[in-house]
Every structure is written in C-alpha cells, then in structure tokens.
Write a new protein. Structure first.
Ligand code: HEM
Ligand SMILES: *[C@@H]1O[C@H](CO)[C@@H](O)[C@H](O)[C@H]1NC(C)=O
Ligand SMILES: *[C@@H]1O[C@H](CO)[C@@H](O)[C@H](O)[C@H]1NC(C)=O
Ligand SMILES: *[C@@H]1O[C@H](CO)[C@@H](O)[C@H](O)[C@H]1NC(C)=O
Ligand SMILES: *[C@@H]1O[C@H](CO)[C@@H](O)[C@H](O)[C@H]1NC(C)=O
Length: 327
C-alpha cells in the first residue's frame, strides 16, 4: 500500500511526458479546437466564394495540395515565392508554372485566419483543409483530417520537377508514390481527382496525332472523343495551352465518372488510360466505375494518407505569418 502511494507521483510524471509527446508530435483532429475554433468556417467560406467565382478552383485547390505534399512533404513549400536570387521556390518549376492555380485563394484565407487567430494556424493545415472543402463542395465525401502540421522554411524546385508526369510509365508513377509511402491503390484512387479540372493540350497531344512515333492516333482512344480532341487541340504549337476537361462527361462534378470514362477508353492523359489496361490496376478501375460510393470513401482515406506525407510537427518548421515568405 505505502509503496504504491509513493510511486504515484512518478506515474503522473510519466503521463505528463507521454501526453506532451502526443500533443506535440502527432497530428490531432482537435488541434485548433481551443486556439482557433472558427478555422474550419473561415476556410470553408473562402473556398466556397472562390469556387462560386470560378468553378475550376475546386480542382485547382485539390491539385495544389497534391503538389505541396509530394515535394518536401506537406509543408506549404509550394506557396513560397522566389526572392531575387536569394530564395528559389517551387512556383517556377516547369510542372507548376502556368499550370498550378489557387495560390491567391490560400493567401486570402490565411489573411482572414490571421485576423481571427494570429500566428496560430500553419499555411499547410489551411491548404489541407482547403483541399478537403474544395473536393466536398464539388461532390466528394467529407473526411476528417488531423491537423498540427507546421510550415517548412525551405523549398525544392528540383524535387518539384520530379512530380509524376503524364508521359511516364505506370512503373515510374507507382515508384514515385511508393517513395512517399503511398501504394498502387492510392495511385488509382488519387488519380480519380481527375474527375474534375482541366488539362492543357500539350499534356496529351501525343495521343492524338503521333502516338509512340506511329504518326497515327492512339488506337485505344475512343473514336468520337478523339475526333473532338483533334479539333480542340490541332497539331500545331499554338494549341498547346488550350484547356480541355479531364472528365468531359461531368466536368465539374466530383463523381466516379473518371473511372467510367477509363473503362470506355475515354481517359484523357496517357497516365490515366494506362490504369485501365495494366493488370495491377484494371480491376480497381472497374470496381470504382461500378461502385461510386466505394470510390468516394476510398478517396477520403487516400487523401488523409497523402496529407500525412513528411509532415513537420512539434518544434520543427514554423507557423508562417504570410504563406508567400518564411518568417
Ligand atoms: C498519378 C499521377 C498524376 C499525373 C501524371 C497527373 C498529371 C496531371 C496533369 C498533366 C494535369 C494537367 C495540368 C495542366 O495541363 O496544366 C493534371 C491536372 C490535375 N490533377 Fe493530376 N496528375 C496526377 C495525380 C494527381 C493527384 C494525386 C491529384 C490529387 C489528388 C491530382 C489532381 C489533379 C487535378 C484536380 C487537376 C486539374 C487542376 C485544374 O484544373 O486546375 N492529380 N494532372
Ligand atoms: C474570379 O475568377 C477569375 C478567373 O476566372 C479571376 O481572374 C478573378 O481574380 C476572380 N475574382 C475573385 C474575386 O476571386
Ligand atoms: C531537392 O530534391 C532533389 C531531388 O529529389 C534532391 O536530390 C536534393 O537532395 C534536394 N535538396 C535538398 C536541399 O533537400
Ligand atoms: C461509352 O461510350 C459510348 C460512346 O461514346 C457511350 O454511348 C456510352 O454511354 C459510354 N458508356 C459509359 C459506361 O460511359
Ligand atoms: C500481370 O501480368 C503479368 C504478365 O502477363 C503477370 O506476370 C503477372 O503475374 C500479372 N499480375 C497480376 C497482378 O495479375
């Protein structure tokens, strides 16, 4: 008895250490509940008004989060501006420049969050929440995402240029996902984000006129879609930046139409189409084409996984005051 009472303070001490470890070193669904209770509302309103003005912004915010998480982890490095020759950011990487959108939306939400809760919420958590809200407003399920990420102080343009490309083999794309702790299923599920948004003609034009050097179109591309694309993206450089919907059936709707297109040879990018032909992924494509709710459920789970890539926590990184520049 006596011995037990004597030991108790040490037990408490142990718990204090253990709990503080939890608080500072693990993401938490309630991370800002007491420090910034209005956070979710501010983010949702900012995303909602951006989409009300420009429907495509839903897609752009989801992609912005992906391009953040795959480079240096989810640390808002993609939001940092170049500063003369002293700081090189990721915005000017070829995969991002004139392609990634939505920076101003996050900057504006951040300014409103700073007014409500100064120096409290990281830019990367705002981006994570914005991607969730954007997908949900477009039709995706609402998933719970733990928070407490901190912002990076560096960026890596070289790594940004190594983001998965639509011209790469599925082997390479899978390897790049594996390197981030994501698996083949995540490749299939997260590619389903291409159910919304647009691509420039140059990202798939090789399928329209000279597929694999054959001087012919990709025989796997559905005939009426091919004809339409050849008209919108004629074989001349001035059409390279023309925009085409990734999902021509329900362009702004977050649904499983991406997979229904794929099984119908109507995927736009080569990297989309291959998912329906490779035996590692074809059965998943088929099942998502049949079971829309299975896709919506799995998409949320894979987004949470992606949002955990290489996060900074505790004393690492910082809470940036302005998402464009380190403190
Ligand atoms: C699997 C490898 C992937 C490849 C090769 C790829 C490639 C591309 C390309 C080439 C574009 C068009 C860019 C342009 O023309 O400027 C695009 C757009 C888009 N991507 Fe991906 N992507 C991949 C994965 C993902 C993932 C994981 C997500 C998010 C979860 C995503 C979300 C989007 C969205 C929403 C758009 C439309 C953006 C807009 O309209 O602003 N992509 N992607
Ligand atoms: C509305 O969207 C257009 C692009 O479609 C953009 O140029 C403009 O800045 C946006 N306005 C606001 C207030 O966000
Ligand atoms: C930036 O990324 C490249 C390519 O992934 C890598 O080789 C390099 O070490 C990174 N640089 C820094 C400073 O982390
Ligand atoms: C497949 O494409 C054909 C021809 O474009 C279309 O009539 C049909 O409805 C499509 N099927 C699905 C499941 O989308
Ligand atoms: C896919 O096909 C290859 C070659 O036909 C075969 O070796 C492999 O076992 C198959 N993999 C799966 C998952 O079915």
């Amino acid at each position: 008895m006596e011995q037990k009472a004597f030991k108790r303070p040490f037990v408490h001490l142990f718990y204090i250490f253990f709990l503080s470890h939890l608080v500072f070193c693990q993401l938490d669904y309630r991370f800002y509940d007491s420090t910034c209770p209005s956070l979710t509302g501010i983010v949702r309103y900012g995303v909602w008004s951006a989409i009300a003005n420009d429907t495509r912004m839903a897609a752009s915010l989801v992609r912005l989060h992906f391009h953040d998480c795959f480079v240096n982890g989810c640390d808002a490095s993609i939001l940092l501006d170049d500063i003369d020759s002293t700081f090189v950011g990721e915005k000017t990487a070829s995969v991002n420049q004139n392609s990634v959108r939505g920076y101003e939306v996050i900057d504006k939400i951040k300014a409103n969050v700073e007014k409500a809760c100064p120096s409290t919420v990281s830019c990367t958590d705002i981006l994570t929440l914005a991607a969730r809200e954007a997908a949900n407003i477009a039709g995706a399920s609402y998933w719970m995402v733990p928070l407490g990420r901190r912002d990076g102080r560096t960026a890596n343009k070289t790594a940004a240029n190594e983001l998965p490309s639509p011209f790469e083999s599925l082997d390479n794309i899978i390897a790049k996902f594996n390197a981030k702790g994501l698996d083949t299923k995540d490749v299939v599920v997260l590619s389903g984000a291409h159910t919304i948004g647009f691509a420039q003609c140059f990202t798939f034009k090789q399928r329209l006129f000279n597929f694999g050097g054959s001087r012919k179109p990709d025989p796997d591309l559905e005939a009426s879609l091919l004809k339409g694309l050849q008209t919108v993206c004629p074989d001349q450089v001035d059409s390279d930046t023309t925009l085409v919907p990734l999902d021509s059936v329900t362009t702004n709707r977050f649904d499983n139409s991406y997979y229904r297109n794929l099984v119908n040879s109507s995927g736009l990018l080569q990297s989309d189409h291959v998912l329906s032909t490779d035996n590692r992924t074809a059965s998943m494509v088929l099942s998502y084409s049949r079971y829309p709710y299975l896709f919506l459920k799995d998409f949320g789970a894979s987004m949470v996984k992606m949002a955990n890539i290489g996060v900074l926590m505790g004393q690492d990184g910082e809470i940036r005051e302005n998402c464009k520049v380190v403190n």
